[in-house]
Write a protein that binds this ligand. Structure first.
Ligand code: ATP
Ligand code: MG
Ligand code: MG
Length: 380
């Protein structure tokens, strides 16, 4: 079988690696160059998107910001999963909030903004501080502002206008203001749904962000009540979207109550730990779902932490000298802050995981790999 992935980044690369043992041939559409490429080697195939759609047995996506005409072409083939509605919803915070409200899943209080008066209104009704986000095109904390005092309104409004003018697609509600949630921690759930509606859900992941970018995840700490809340949200959203594939949901944990931050209709950075920590990784499960194969086991095999490698030109070789440490390189050109790869470390229990993270800090300095030391101390 051949699977066509829209997007040719690291997620397509890892789906391709996971698909190989299942005899799935994966090709990727690079949205920037408009070429069909091999997701591992970058080799360009002499074909068009239209032909690749015909040749594929199933089509999926590694990101949600896909040009509308490409989505329409793919959907017309009836081979595209998780479907246009799911991709559109994941790529637009206004649609996302609509879905949450329809399904009764809790999120932060918010207001949509199309003119400056709405921003002033949001400050009056939601209070301060606020997190202001573009509804479309944001990722890794880009396209966001923090409003802490009234005198920032003018400045933020003009920056938002510049950001939108710089190429972000205009939409009826292109800005959203959310109450800044004083969360205890951030967690996410990764689950998969097949074409018959069967689901399988991984244990919750605890995530640390630095400057809006995920830096570290730990899986295997969860208590059942919180896991259950996250699974309920997953089941409601996945069934409303008639979803096929892996769906990720990010939450704020406020005193044991989960509020949805956002959803991602795809494999997700906070699920990279599943490559070593679960029987069947999120990448394999996504490939299985879109290919119509039975879903794989999502149970935790070993407690696992994932450390993102941001902006570095290599992963230090020495990390591989430690037990149960694996490194995953994406083969991209290094740029400051760019996601270049990740490191997974597994253990038999949380204490041992803490000890292994402590050893890793010898090779991973705090300024480049923030949070590893703190995560280690918290586990030991
Ligand atoms: P991603 O790369 O995860 O897609 P993104 O650009 O879509 O990121 P968000 O996930 O919406 O951005 O926000 C990035 C981070 O900013 C969150 O993980 C959280 O730490 C913080 N944040 C966002 N919204 C809020 C909020 N309403 N209250 C408090 N913190 C927030
Ligand atoms: Mg996002
Ligand atoms: Mg996010």
């Amino acid at each position: 079988m051949t699977i066509l992935i829209l997007g040719a980044g690291q997620l397509a690369r890892m789906m391709s690696l996971a698909g190989a043992p299942l005899n799935l041939n994966v090709v990727a559409y690079d949205v920037g160059s408009e070429q069909i490429v091999h997701p591992l080697t970058g080799q360009v195939f002499e074909t068009t998107l239209a032909q690749a759609i015909v040749d594929a047995d199933a089509i999926t996506a590694e990101f949600e910001h896909i040009p509308d005409d490409v989505l329409t072409q793919c959907c017309a083939s009836n081979k595209f999963y998780p479907g246009k509605a799911a991709i559109k919803t994941g790529g637009d915070r206004a649609l996302e909030k609509e879905l949450l409200s329809k399904t009764g899943v809790q999120c932060a209080p918010y207001q949509l903004i199309t003119e400056k008066a709405h921003l002033e209104q949001a400050v009056a009704t939601l209070g301060k501080p606020l997190v202001i986000k573009t509804c479309q095109a944001g990722y890794d904390g880009k396209g966001q502002w923090r409003l802490k005092s009234d005198d920032q309104i003018e400045q933020i409004w003009s920056e938002m206008a510049d950001f939108i003018a710089s190429g972000t697609p205009q939409a009826p509600h292109s800005i959203i203001a959310e109450q800044m949630i004083p969360f205890d921690r951030e967690v996410s759930i990764i689950g998969v749904r097949d074409k018959r509606g069967n689901t399988a859900i991984y244990p919750l992941t605890e995530n640390q962000h630095t400057n809006g970018v995920l830096t570290l995840s730990v899986a295997g700490k969860e208590k059942s009540a919180i896991q259950q809340q996250a699974e309920d949200a997953f089941n409601k959203l996945a069934s409303e979207l008639d979803y096929v594939g892996v769906l990720a949901i990010e939450f704020f944990d406020v005193d044991g109550q989960l509020l949805v931050n956002e959803i991602a209709p795809r494999v997700h950075n906070s699920g990279h730990w599943t490559q070593q920590g679960a029987h069947c990784s999120q990448f394999e499960n996504h490939m299985r779902a879109v290919a119509g194969l039975p879903l794989g086991c999502t149970e935790l095999q070993r407690v696992t932490a994932m450390i993102n490698v941001l902006g570095q030109s290599a992963i230090p070789d020495q990390v591989l000298s430690l037990p149960s440490v694996t490194s995953h390189w994406y083969g991209k050109t290094a740029k400051p802050g760019r996601k270049m790869g990740h490191i997974n470390v597994s253990a038999n229990n949380l204490h041992e995981l803490g000890e292994r993270l402590a050893k890793l800090t010898e090779y991973l300095p705090e300024d480049k790999y923030p949070g590893v030391l703190a995560a280690s101390t918290a586990l030991i």
